[in-house]
Design a protein around this ligand. Structure first.
Ligand SMILES: Nc1ncnc2c1ncn2[C@@H]1O[C@H](COP(=O)(O)OP(=O)(O)OP(=O)(O)O)[C@@H](O)[C@H]1O
Ligand SMILES: [Mg+2]
Length: 389
């Protein structure tokens, strides 16, 4: 692992330069702006936020250019569109999605019926009150876009699942635009989990296109509009490609974040370069720990390392103890206490049959416990992110 002091020093130098408006290195020949109709543009400009967006107070009211119009930049800061749009690629082989079958509900039928009867017999006023309080926290206004980075020590811990749950939850409750940003170029699964069918533009493509001045109406033309709400920017077109550089991730995240109330970043595993950059620059961090002895042990070590480096991270880190298998035997109370000892909140995400299918995440199919956890986690993470300057 790179010495922590090194990566942090490098990172902060990079970030400082970007914040100060220092120019990113551009390719020797910048991509020519398209002056001909661009078939990659969506048929109509994606609708803006349902209500005024507090995260983008300067958002222009002009609609995005319709396809077939001249899309060339007109003023400095407008989009530098590459000469040719990448081909759209399917997120997964349609035969596999067929083979997945219908989405299962997270709770078996008997449990759902039992819960319904219990609710009829004794309306759970406290639970309803808690849910209303959490929903309010998830809906709280933000003055500038908040970025939440989701990462873990190991692959398969549940980062993309948690990132998808958070994106879905914020998109459901919030009135400003929400972005799921994939920062794992190694065949990440966020597009699939968020129900995208095809992807075209990637984080890497946009690094040379976006600037912090690019308008939302131009930005959304590059993103996938999600059927269940929110937007997505993938990191790959489903092919093994070059890893994403921390600097590329940061320049794109910086250009996008002001347009979205909340950006949820699905990072690679630690100590990957993007994960370290995202951890160092996000407003809140979500660390996913698999509910196994080694998973909890390793995550605690990472947590101690992170808090040793950045003591302030205690204020804006949330740990998710995630049961990716129905056969987990680790006592959740012990695991939770161990992870929470350094003073960070730990949220338990139980095994959920719907999440376990590995297909698109539909919030209405989540079991009651997983749905409650998603809401609590979204409230915890955003509450911390808004307190971060
Ligand atoms: N709470 C859960 N209940 C059931 N299954 C889960 C749960 N969390 C994750 N899974 C399953 O575990 C597997 C791994 O999850 P996921 O892809 O989110 O991990 P990851 O950390 O993003 O992996 P990678 O490092 O490869 O990107 C997936 O098949 C997912 O469906
Ligand atoms: Mg993943």
């Amino acid at each position: 692992m790179t010495a922590p002091s090194d990566w942090q020093r490098d990172l902060m130098r990079e970030v400082g330069a970007a914040e100060a408006g220092e120019e990113r290195p551009r390719p020797a020949t910048p991509p020519a702006p398209a002056r001909t109709p661009d078939p990659a543009r969506p048929a109509a400009a994606p609708a803006p936020a349902r209500t005024p967006d507090p995260a983008a107070p300067t958002r222009p009211r002009t609609p995005a250019p319709a396809p077939g119009r001249d899309l060339a930049p007109r003023t400095p800061g407008e989009v530098q569109r590459p000469a040719s749009a990448p081909e759209a690629a399917p997120v997964a082989d349609p035969r596999l999605l067929l083979a997945l079958g219908s989405p299962r509900h997270g709770d078996p039928l008997a449990r759902r019926a039992g819960a319904g009867l219990r609710r009829l017999a004794a309306p759970a006023a406290k639970e309803a009150g808690d849910a209303a309080r959490l929903a309010e926290a998830v809906q709280q206004p933000v003055t500038t876009g908040r970025v939440l980075a989701v990462t873990s020590l190991r692959g398969g811990a549940g980062k993309s699942t948690v990132a998808a749950l958070l994106t879905r939850t914020y998109a459901h409750y919030r009135h400003d635009p929400v972005l799921g940003l994939e920062a794992d170029a190694a065949l990440g699964t966020l597009p699939l989990r968020l129900g995208a069918r095809t992807v075209r533009w990637t984080v890497g493509d946009l690094a040379d296109v976006l600037t912090p001045e690019t308008r939302l109406t131009d930005v959304t033309g590059y993103l996938v509009r999600l059927e269940e709400g929110g937007w997505l920017l993938p990191a790959s077109r489903g092919q093994v490609g070059n890893p994403l550089a921390g600097r590329t991730y940061y320049s794109v995240a910086l250009a996008l974040r002001r347009h979205f109330g909340v950006t949820v970043v699905d990072c690679d595993s630690l100590p990957g370069q993007v994960a370290r950059t995202a951890l160092g620059t996000a407003h809140a961090r979500v660390l996913v720990a698999p509910a196994t002895a080694e998973g909890v042990h390793g995550t605690r070590q990472v947590l101690d390392w992170l808090l040793g480096l950045l003591p302030a991270a205690r204020e804006n880190t949330v740990v998710v103890l995630n049961a990716t298998s129905p056969d987990a035997t680790l006592d959740p109370a012990t695991a939770r206490a161990h992870l929470g000892e350094p003073g960070v909140p730990v949220v338990l995400l139980p095994y959920d049959r719907h999440l376990g299918q590995g297909g698109p995440v539909h919030t209405d199919h989540l079991g009651e416990a997983a749905r409650g956890t998603a809401l609590r986690l979204a409230a915890e993470a955003l509450g911390r992110a808004v307190r971060t300057r």
